[in-house]
Design a protein around this ligand. Structure first.
Ligand SMILES: Nc1ncnc2c1ncn2[C@@H]1O[C@H](COP(=O)(O)OP(=O)(O)OP(=O)(O)O)[C@@H](O)[C@H]1O
Ligand SMILES: Cc1cn([C@H]2C[C@H](O)[C@@H](COP(=O)(O)O)O2)c(=O)[nH]c1=O
Length: 209
């Protein structure tokens, strides 16, 4: 799973790793969450992120349920991909909900919230538990610059209400660091995303027995 702030470079990392894995002769399946255009729940997420769902846009638990339902709709495909491919790379997964939604809550509520996310998505929805989280770590300002650049390059990618909120991104970065520190749900590896990531050397220790 590739996790990190908006604009951190997750998609770039996913593409680079896919190419590097293919060069090693490994088969790769990939998905990006939310699955905009592929699931009704993801499209509702987008409405929520642009403030078009009234009170639901402001409801942390309500939005988290929509993200979770989008993933639940992909669970069978992910399980199939795990059987048929050497590697399944996901650009955001359950930990995105834990980090982003917790960052919208008071710090005292974080523990209870991330337990609820795990209970909902893993225990009740039966989503596959990841083998590894790659946390692409960049300073908030760098992520914001990259998101702005991406917005210039692609005008269909206007910043949503989460991306426009610098303090939310900063809190989210702190929650991600906390999740990585405790190894929430699965092991975490922190990847320094400030400069170009060397995809081949990142893969080396992951596939050495
Ligand atoms: N290591 C890097 N150095 C400089 N620029 C980068 C790097 N990685 C990605 N970028 C650029 O930053 C922008 C955002 O990258 P990308 O779309 O991969 O981020 P993302 O984390 O997937 O974003 P989002 O979560 O908002 O979809 C793109 O213009 C990309 O070319
Ligand atoms: C999957 C997922 C995402 N989010 C947040 C993170 C982003 O701010 C937006 C949309 O993601 P994108 O990478 O910009 O397309 O939603 C979240 O809060 N919970 C999740 O499960």
């Amino acid at each position: 799973m590739i996790e990190g702030l908006d604009g951190a470079g997750k998609r770039t990392l996913a593409n680079g790793l896919t190419e590097a894995l293919a060069a090693q002769g490994r088969t790769v399946a990939g998905h990006a969450f939310p699955r905009y255009g592929q699931s009704v729940h993801a499209d509702l997420v987008r409405d929520g992120l642009y403030g078009r769902l009234g009170d639901l846009s402001d409801s942390v638990y309500g939005m988290a349920v929509l993200y979770a339902l989008d993933r639940r709709g992909a669970a069978d495909q992910i399980r199939k991909d795990l059987e048929e491919h050497d590697v399944v790379l996901l650009d955001r997964y359950v930990a995105s909900s834990a980090a982003y939604s917790a960052a919208r809550l008071h710090q005292d509520e974080h523990g209870e919230f991330v337990r609820w996310v795990r209970e909902l998505e893993i225990d009740r929805f039966g989503l596959p538990v990841p083998d590894l989280h790659l946390l692409l770590r960049v300073p908030v300002e760098v992520a914001a610059e990259r998101a702005a650049k991406r917005e210039q390059d692609d005008d269909s990618r206007a910043r949503d209400i989460y991306e426009s909120d610098g303090s939310l991104q900063a809190r989210c970065g702190v929650v991600y660091d906390g999740l990585a520190k405790i190894g929430w749900l699965a092991p975490w590896q922190v990847v320094d995303g400030r400069s170009n990531v060397n995809f081949h050397s990142l893969l080396e220790p992951l596939f050495t027995p």
